[in-house]
Design a protein around this ligand. Structure first.
Ligand code: SF4
Length: 448
């Protein structure tokens, strides 16, 4: 029995690739272990997006390499493997195989090559795959009733700070039929919520010339995946949120009234230097989304300290956030990624200024998040239960995406993966408090 240990770093898209790799390994008779010391094959699905993530990936590989025993093989897979290629072996000489993020479906081929190698040959599978796995990917049971569905890979945009297109390549959308099959399998294994992920979900199908690709996919998933209760859209691109997408979201109930749309900035000059769409696109989308779905929860992310960002440009961003009042905001300090146009721009901002601007923007958003959460008090929200802690259940409403947003806390022993109505009774900056609506009179008395 040959065992493998697979560790995933980075984003939900990497998680989906790892889950699919695990299934391919299992199909070929390899067994998973959670203990690297027991494993014959060590695989790290690395992240190569930002400097910090790269350092973490190298650190993890070095640690496994240090504990590597005779006959054990170490494979570096994922985005950093793709980004560095041969170089990653110089960073961690005990690496035996390198598998680029676009070729995860060849994990068993690489393992076989290493199992049959002469002496201590190393192998690398990088670049575009010879054959894409176009069908539904086998996936393990959903955790906590929620699962990600990766609808495409790669990106055709050219944001000046981003390495993704050079790592993931051009946009490639997966077939609708395969996604419907995969979603059905996930729901059959307990998923109540499916979260659509990609580099740009709103460009789905554009590589096939289908301008209405995403609305078509959403309709297919809603119509052909019975049992699907929540369908959530992440990673929308400003300028790509068409009226058809908004109408489809508003019309089909399983699609939750939530949208994650990273904007990165709000000042036209900063956005121009970022090679990102002008702010009018975002404002247009936000207005139409709120008109079509007044209860919509909006999430976005911003980069502060981008080269050349003046105090006036930053103030414009603060004013924009104060005016739009997003429900959820993530803030990143600009990281000059080698090989990107932004890394060689003049007027790089000092780290202490980046940190100070991040702090100011987060503080502003904390006040707004608290106000937005207070507006939920008295509402009954359906909550997907994700866990318990000392008699308190926690979960997410339609307003919260997994891993990045807040929680709803309420006294109950409801089962994990169940969706249940909760009346909101209290609000914090990121989380809500509530009580199960089905609470009987006696339970209310006991709760006091
Ligand atoms: S859309 Fe996203 S993934 Fe694509 S280049 Fe821009 S930041 Fe990178």
């Amino acid at each position: 029995m040959t065992t493998y240990y697979l560790l995933t770093l980075g984003c939900p898209k990497n998680l989906v690739d790892s889950e699919a790799m695990a299934m391919l390994l299992r199909r070929e008779g390899f067994y998973a272990t959670r203990n690297p010391d027991e494993a014959d094959i060590l695989i790290v699905n690395t992240c190569g997006f930002l400097q910090a993530a790269q350092e973490e990936s190298i650190e993890v590989l070095r640690k496994l390499a240090a504990g590597k025993r005779r006959g054990q093989m170490l494979i570096a897979a994922g985005c950093l493997a793709q980004r560095l290629g041969e170089q990653i072996i110089q960073c961690v000489p005990k690496i035996d195989g390198v598998l680029g993020t676009r070729r995860w479906m060849e994990i068993t081929r690489l393992v076989r090559m290493l199992q049959h190698r002469r002496r201590r040959e190393r192998y690398q599978l990088l670049g575009d795959p010879e054959v894409r796995l176009e069908g539904a990917w086998e996936r393990p049971p959903a955790v906590g009733g929620s699962a990600y569905l990766k609808i495409s890979d790669g990106c055709d945009a050219s944001c000046a700070f981003c390495t993704i297109p050079s790592i993931k390549g051009r946009l490639h959308s997966r077939p609708i039929a395969a996604l419907v099959d995969e979603a059905n399998a996930l729901v059959a294994q307990g998923a109540r919520e499916i979260v659509l992920v990609a580099q740009d979900t709103t460009a789905y199908g554009w590589d096939r010339g289908e301008r209405d690709g995403l609305p078509r996919l959403l309709r297919a998933l809603v119509r052909q995946v019975p049992g699907l209760q929540w369908l959530r859209l992440m990673y929308a691109y400003p300028g790509h949120v068409t009226d058809a997408v908004i109408e489809t979201m508003a019309e089909l109930p399983p699609i939750v009234h939530y949208l994650d749309m990273p904007l990165q900035h709000a000042h036209p000059d900063t956005l121009r230097r970022m090679r990102r769409p002008a702010p009018e696109h975002a404002l247009d989308h936000i207005e139409k989304l709120r008109q079509a779905m007044p209860d919509i929860a909006l999430r976005t992310t911003f980069i502060v300290g981008y080269p050349g960002e003046t105090e006036a440009e930053f103030q414009t961003l603060l004013d924009f956030v104060a005016e739009v009042r997003f429900d959820k905001v993530g803030v990143f300090e600009f990281s000059p990624e080698p090989g990107t146009p932004a890394a060689s721009l003049p007027d790089q901002i000092p780290d202490e200024v980046k940190a100070e601007r991040r702090k100011r923007l987060m503080e502003l958003q904390q006040r707004i998040s608290l106000q937005r959460n207070r507006e939920q008090i008295g509402r009954v929200l359906n909550v997907l239960v994700e866990g318990h802690d000392h008699g308190i259940s926690y979960g997410r409403s339609y307003r919260d995406a997994p891993e990045v947003d807040g929680l709803v806390l309420f006294p109950s022993e409801a089962s994990i993966g169940e969706i249940m109505p909760v009346r909101v009774t209290g609000a914090m900056e990121y989380d809500l408090e509530g009580e199960p609506v089905h609470m009987t009179y006696m339970e209310k008395l006991q709760k006091g």
